[in-house]
Design a protein around this ligand. Structure first.
Ligand code: HAM
Length: 428
């Protein structure tokens, strides 16, 4: 029997593991959507695959996604390379430029949600196909937008009921600041290259900042020994001022954060503001979500200058955090009425009645004729409030036997009485 690829998951209500339960997904996505629409963001769905260059140029040639070949790449019939999206931001910037959104009132706030693909080694909270809610504010380079994005992200987590969050805020400076910082790190780590992990040895030349972000114990030991100065000490005056403004705005908004002077993000396109949200339940090495500013990204994709800032929220990791905090989900909209035929001839009667009642209430019908006892059992499993039967006796009298599952009260009702019952205040 064929099975799903490890690192991919089926999402449905009864899934064994909490992060893959559909009601949890729905709760997260509908809450995020409400918060983001409430701030003027509009939904955009970009394709789940793009020309490889969109992501290669976007996330950067020195990011793990590109270096460790984490992208799922395939060829179309014409021999062009395509990739499943390893993140949505580059695709959204591509769409912004392609559809001339520059002439809309700026900033343009967009959001999306959907599957993301990274060929990472699978572990708890790390999958090959996972889901993100993503928000982007494009068109302006104003620290106020960064503060707003962080506030919106925190609002999503809090609205969901999450409490133990930590927002780690840093700045990766302007490109020229990073050139100076990388040079400093190269000189610091260069003589110790042989003590580094294999991955990080390559990073010394290509992108030494990523060494700081390494998950290897070897690298972390060396970092602890060498105590590199943090990025924040290398900010030029413009990036420094920008960072201070973001902090001031967050203070004014009452959004709690801690400044992490050596915050490093996994994607190359960031400039200035970068942040991550952490949660004890996910472990210190993995973030619940992350974001930042990417003012140069559009040019990397061959577009005009286009500043932007945004964030991505990992849906599965967020679900794990919600489970850890014991956050209760809103009640599932279960069928209000479970209608069952007791014999073959009642099947169409049951469907016809369901079709009449459906605009008003949720009705699920049982297809195979069954005994009243079995119908009752099924109705309980479905979480219905009422169970109704139609059999020979009911057909003869033109009624439905209706039982309230909680009170046990049972009555024979004519269709008109049913209509008025379900119009009553009890069900609204
Ligand atoms: P990212 O930090 O690479 O940022 O991913 C955002 C979030 O996706 C992570 O914090 C994590 O919750 C989740 N995530 C990442 N990889 C995995 C995985 N293998 N399995 C499960 N969850 C994962 C971005 O993708 C940027 N596009 C965010 C952004 C938007 N920056 C600006 N705008």
């Amino acid at each position: 029997m064929l099975k799903a690829v490890p690192g991919t998951n089926d999402i449905f209500a009864q899934a064994k593991e909490y992060p893959f339960r559909e009601p949890v997904f729905r709760y997260i996505i509908s809450t995020a959507e409400e918060v983001l629409r409430g701030a003027g963001a509009q939904m955009v769905y970009t394709p789940i695959f793009e020309y490889l260059e969109v992501f290669q140029k976007g996330v950067g040639l020195t990011s793990d996604i590109v270096v460790k070949k984490e992208m799922f790449v395939f060829e179309d019939r014409g021999g062009r390379l395509l990739a499943l999206r390893p993140e949505p931001t580059a695709a959204i910037v591509r769409a912004f430029n392609e559809h001339g959104m520059k002439v809309w009132p700026q900033p343009v706030r967009l959001f999306t949600w959907g599957p993301i693909f990274r060929g990472e080694r699978q572990q708890k909270g790390r999958y090959k196909q996972f889901h993100q809610v993503d928000y982007e504010a494009l068109g302006l380079s104003d620290p106020l937008l960064d503060a707003e994005a962080i506030a919106l992200m925190v609002r999503i987590y809090k609205t969901l009921g999450l409490r133990n969050l930590e927002v780690k805020l840093g700045s990766v400076g302007d490109p020229e600041d990073r050139v100076r910082y990388n040079q400093y790190l190269r000189e610091l780590f260069g003589p110790y290259a042989s003590d580094l992990s294999e991955d990080s040895r390559v990073r010394v030349e290509a992108n030494p900042m990523r060494i700081l972000d390494s998950k290897s114990e070897r690298d972390q030991a060396l970092i602890a020994e060498l105590q590199p100065k943090p990025m924040l000490e290398f900010l030029g005056p413009a990036a420094q001022k920008f960072h201070e403004q973001v902090c001031n705005y967050l203070d004014r908004l009452g959004v709690a954060y801690t400044v992490d002077p050596s915050l490093v993000r996994g994607l190359d396109y960031y400039v200035r503001t970068a942040w991550e949200v952490h949660h004890a339940g996910i472990g210190a090495k993995s973030a619940l979500g992350g974001g930042g500013r990417y003012d140069g990204l559009s040019e990397m994709l061959g577009g005009p200058p286009l500043p932007g800032v945004g964030f991505g929220i990992g849906v599965e990791r967020l679900a794990i955090a919600l489970e850890q905090e014991g956050v209760a989900l809103p009640a599932d909209p279960s069928p209000t009425l479970y209608l069952a035929p007791l014999d073959e001839a009642a099947k169409i009667e049951v469907l016809a009645l369901a079709e009449q009642l459906r605009p008003k209430i949720h009705v699920e019908i049982g297809y195979t004729p069954k005994s009243p006892r079995k119908a009752l059992e099924d109705a309980l499993k479905k979480g219905a409030r009422y169970v109704g039967f139609i059999g020979e006796a009911e057909r003869a009298r033109g009624v439905v036997t209706l039982k309230h599952l909680e009170t046990g009260e049972q009555r024979a009702l004519e269709p008109l009485q049913l209509h008025s019952l379900f119009e009553g205040p009890e069900l609204k």
